[in-house]
Design a protein around this ligand. Structure first.
Ligand code: UD1
Length: 337
């Protein structure tokens, strides 16, 4: 069975659904710190299958050992992590603890094992900072992290690279996500931000249902075509499928290297105003928004070069921005009704 840590979170739940749709057995380990058990029912309604679930704190070494003793874990997809950039600045110690100790505990178990255990790590395009060239390839140099959150992703990648040099049975793929949005086509799983969302798309859909008075566009004086920041928004269902392709690559030992990284995006950049226009198009609503000052730490533009993922993983994002936004909007309306 495949262990999916943080499997009740946004990307974790969609990846679990994709694994179940491929008839993989899934064991979710989640501490429910930023998720709910209700997501399990959503996954079951979406796929007709229920993953196994253990509520556990991956920071607790004994609990992680027990998990490995009690289950035949044949692969790991490690999502479990804190992810709020702003919060990480105020709680750096908690971020470093929560985003590295579980990783180390998992690696200690792999070290004890005789079996080859494919390992997929959730990384982020945040490791590139303001990239020197666009679209961003995997060759782009890593920049000093702008936040403790970003640093935990860089440290995670470094730990894994070093561990693969020492452990014969460890093969790793780090997936650097661009901006995941959207919801499952069944409308049974989607994003469930705790508190006020910091990310653009959930803030837009929440504003449209009246949870916020208006959206503030963070700056329109950037050197981009319309002055607002450009990002690569990828449908979470496409993103989930990339994990299946990565797992198959590791399972079949197709790589020449024990550690590989892939960018996961669509290859196209869209500005904040284009995302708003897409929302207005698919919803038929006018969004109340205003232009505000720049947000600290935002890069001007980031979108992926997708050639490596396409060539090596045989994976390509298929869904358009409008399709992704439409699914996010359907989900928001459902959870508020
Ligand atoms: C952010 C993080 C990134 C992290 C990702 C996880 C930063 C700098 N980056 O990505 O490291 O991996 O979240 O979810 O925080 N925007 C508005 N108004 C809003 C919200 C956002 O104009 O109310 C704009 C932002 O300025 C940005 C774009 O929308 O240009 C996307 O923002 P967001 O969804 O927060 O994603 P990132 O900042 O790209």
């Amino acid at each position: 069975m495949i262990l999916v840590t943080g499997g009740l979170g946004f990307i974790g739940a969609h990846t679990t659904a994709a694994l179940l749709e491929k008839n993989q057995e899934v064991l979710i380990a989640d501490d429910l710190s930023n998720s709910s058990k209700e997501v399990l029912n959503g996954i079951e309604r979406a796929t007709g299958k229920k993953p196994s679930f253990v509520e556990l704190d991956l920071k607790n070494k004994t609990e992680v050992t027990q998990l490995f003793n009690n289950h035949k874990i044949q692969g790991i997809i490690h999502f479990a992590a804190f992810k709020a950039v702003g919060e990480s600045v105020h709680k750096p110690i908690e971020y470093y603890e929560n985003n590295t100790v579980p990783l180390l505990n998992l690696l200690l178990e792999i070290k004890k094992s005789e079996r080859k255990i494919p390992f997929i790590f959730s990384s982020s395009c945040t490791v590139y900072g303001e990239a020197n060239s666009l679209p961003i390839t995997e060759e782009e140099p890593i920049k000093p992290a702008q936040s403790p959150y970003g640093n935990t992703k860089q440290i995670g990648e470094e730990i894994l690279l070093d561990a693969t040099q020492a452990l014969e049975n460890l093969n790793v793929i780090s997936l650097r996500y661009f901006n995941p949005i959207g919801a499952h086509p069944s409308n049974e799983i989607g994003e469930l931000p705790l508190g006020t969302p910091q990310n653009l798309v959930p803030f837009i859909t929440q504003t449209a249902v009246g949870l916020h008075k208006q959206l503030t566009v963070f700056g329109n004086d950037y050197p981009t075509p319309d002055g607002t920041c450009v990002r690569d928004y990828i449908h979470v269902v496409d993103l989930a499928k990339a994990h299946i392709a990565a797992l198959e690559r590791l399972e079949n030992q197709l790589g020449d290297h024990s550690y590989e990284v892939f960018n996961l995006g669509t290859g196209s950049g869209n500005s904040v105003l284009e995302v708003i226009a897409s929302f207005e198009r698919v919803s038929g609503l006018k969004l109340n928004y205003t232009i505000g000052p720049r947000r600290n730490g935002d890069v001007i533009a980031a979108y992926a070069d997708t050639q490596k993922a396409e060539k090596v993983l045989g994976w390509k994002a298929k869904q358009t921005l409008d399709q992704a936004i439409a699914s996010a909007w359907a989900w928001e309306q459902k959870i508020r009704s």
